[in-house]
Ligand binder design. Structure first.
Ligand code: ZN
Length: 124
């Protein structure tokens, strides 16, 4: 569940998203932005200092890794999740050879497609 905090200016601050909440979000994104495509991925949050960047997709394990440090920044987390979901969906379709190091034209086309669908409207 989501935790809320009151900061010293009396603003309501939302706590970091849990893995359950992120997984729910991923399911919503899948239905909305990748309709008709079946995707089975797990979400894992890591606090490892060796983990650089915001997110990463591990094709062999069908796992999306997200850095714990981004879970408290909801928009950053959503952008990272959408990015990794594009990798995961491309991998599921068999057209992303090196999901973590390459952003081929198909990837960039997917970002544009999601942008046109409004996926980033409230995030950027
Ligand atoms: Zn990438």
């Amino acid at each position: 569940m989501t935790h809320y905090f009151i900061d010293d200016q009396w603003n309501l601050i939302k706590g970091p998203l849990s893995v359950d909440e992120i997984s729910k979000l991923a399911n919503e994104y899948q239905d909305k932005y990748f309709p008709g495509q079946k995707l089975t991925v797990s979400i894992q949050v890591t606090s490892s200092a060796q983990f650089h960047g915001a997110g990463c997709y591990e094709p062999a394990a069908k796992r999306i890794w997200l850095a714990e440090r981004v879970t408290e920044f909801e928009n950053t987390l959503k952008i990272a999740l959408l990015h990794e979901m594009i990798h995961a969906n491309m991998h599921a379709r068999g057209c992303d050879a090196d999901p973590n190091h390459e952003h081929p034209p198909e990837f960039k086309a997917e970002v544009k497609r999601l942008m046109a669908l409004g996926a980033y409207d409230d995030l950027l």
